[in-house]
Ligand binder design. Structure first.
Ligand SMILES: N[C@@H](CCC(=O)N[C@@H](CS)C(=O)NCC(=O)O)C(=O)O
Length: 237
């Protein structure tokens, strides 16, 4: 299998299936096609369209089969690996996991627009308006409900890591990067996702990237820049 992705620092949709495959130990070849200066760079579009008719990342190529859209990729992985608990086994938990993953896939535009994913940067906490607050409230309600009803066997939404956690992983990065900490349950959940080997490895890849996509950066002060700190520590050691 080939998973086609873009910049690890910025491409939140790419992170989702990458993390799923990595956490479940499913072998795949990573094909990273860096964005150009902007998201509609024609050379990037041409390159990505060879893998995805939608012209977006992520895209999965499994032999002759092409799958695009992060959620469809996860379903394809679940279909092809029925031996793995990609979705929770319990039907009630699985129904909720699928519903909240679809809700994530289709929603939370206010949070996504106001707080673009940039793993290298941490911004100051501030009021980002009622629509972002409503998204944050709904996401925290989802996380609290899943943790309370189904999460007793582990630190993830349904106990063990599942596709639902992969779907929400970039949101945990936004909560950290924009210092959104609604409550201790959500803070602990963000920590658990970011402590996975997969997330850590993706983040190190992101820190090693030189690219910044100006149109996708929040226009506000950066409190911490992990990439420059990393470069400084490499130079001084
Ligand atoms: N709904 C899609 C969203 C994919 C998406 O918007 N990907 C972004 C990168 S994170 C992209 O390819 N942007 C380039 C563009 O829109 O031209 C999915 O779930 O895969």
């Amino acid at each position: 299998m080939k998973l086609v992705i873009a910049n690890k620092n910025h491409s939140s949709w790419s992170l989702r299936p990458w993390l799923l495959l990595t956490e479940f130990g499913i072998p795949f070849e990573e094909v990273l096609i860096p964005f150009g200066q902007t998201f509609d760079d024609p050379a990037w579009k041409r390159a990505i369209t060879a893998f995805s008719p939608a012209g977006k990342v992520p895209a999965l190529v499994d032999g002759d089969i092409k799958v695009w859209e992060s959620l469809a990729i996860m379903e394809h992985v679940a279909d092809t690996r029925p031996d793995l608990p990609i979705w929770p086994q319990d039907p009630t938990a699985r129904a909720m996991a699928r519903s909240i993953s679809a809700e994530m896939h289709a929603g939370f535009q206010a949070l996504r627009a106001a707080c673009p994913m940039n793993l290298a940067w941490v911004h100051e906490a501030r009021d980002r308006g009622p629509k972002v607050a409503a998204d944050v409230a709904r996401i925290s309600a989802i996380w609290r409900e899943a943790r309370e009803r189904f999460g007793s066997s582990g630190p993830f939404l349904f106990g063990a890591f599942s596709a639902a956690d992969a779907m929400f992983a970039p949101v945990t990065a936004r909560f950290t990067g924009y210092r959104i900490a609604p409550d201790s349950v959500c803070a602990a959940y963000c920590e658990a996702v970011q402590a996975t080997k997969g997330f850590q490895s993706w983040r190190m890849g992101a820190f090693a990237e030189p690219w910044i996509i100006a149109e996708d950066e929040a226009d506000e002060p950066v409190l911490t820049d992990f990439r420059s700190s990393l470069r400084r520590s490499r130079v001084s050691s």
